[in-house]
Write a protein that binds this ligand. Sequence first.
Ligand code: TXA
Ligand code: MG
Length: 327
Amino acid sequence: LLINLDTAIELLSSGEVVALPTETVYGLAGMISHESALMKIFKTKHRPFFDPLIVHVKNLEQAQSLAQWDPVSELLAQKFWPGPLTIVLRKKEGAVSDLITHGGDTVAIRCPNHPVFLQALRGLASPLAAPSANLFGQTSPTQAVHVEDEFNGQVATVDGGTCQMGIESTVVEYDQARRTLFVLRPGLLDANTLKHSLTSISPPVNVELRQQENAPGFLKNHYQPKIPLILVKGNSMPVNQQEILDQLTDFAHMPVREWILPDDPQMVARQLYADLRTFNQNRQAIYLVIPPHWPKEDLWSGIMDRLNKACHAWLDINDGEWTLHRK
Ligand code: TXA
Ligand code: MG
């Protein structure tokens, strides 16, 4: 069900949930002042309550009313908002529902860089909680039609075109005691860029990847398509490629096709989830040969994170020898 922005603002004001575009992926939005809207978000997505939501704000000032800020987090917000950066902060007493944070004392906040989402925020009296607009554990939507497909047209959606970034925001949390910025979920805003943006701060701040193994967004099988996806990694191609194809077909129980992607992280991110949806629809098993430099370059880290979670198996090829690992 497609709706316009004015209708979306009306529905949100009355405590309904609506799918809205952001620059990363489409979000399933509800006002944080309406507990019933928050409940609807979890119910619509079949999302467990232990998975906390991101609060979307119109600007830094609005974010300051929700959480306690430190100078490092504030500098990051000034540099990268609106944009694909989510900042985890200590929440202010009584400012954020326990439904959003699963009763925890931190809240994840971001200001999205999309005219539709920002206009909705400016038209509303409170920020919007918005997880990606997909069923729990499934691939995030990057087009309005993906949201329609995911929920059989049952979720009111504003069509804002294809998301420019294509994978979810980078999630960070600054640890003041350790002077370290932890990257909890990698994204297109990569660790090097974050580090460079903090060079004016002294003493210097470390930037470290700390994936939360047990947190839901960080489950090893997140984003998984329903058809088999196999990653082919390693330092060489095998002598007998047919033998490998046979093994992959055997694993998938159906013919496998190669997934060809451009060698540009921005372009890959933009088409990644749409491609996975197409493969699902065509019931086609896919293998993707990972170029050796991808996992080593910072900009690829967000993409490799999603691919590692989405795949069902990977094939390691080293010096012509290969092994298939099932997840
Ligand atoms: O790009 C995005 O971030 C999109 C768009 C819609 O803004 N949203 C999104 O939301 O990806 P969601 O719910 O699919 O993922 C939110 C992630 C989860 O993995 C969750 O664990 C983490 O953020 N998160 C939320 N609150 C947190 C907190 N207090 N501490 C640590 N991680 C948190
Ligand atoms: Mg999600």
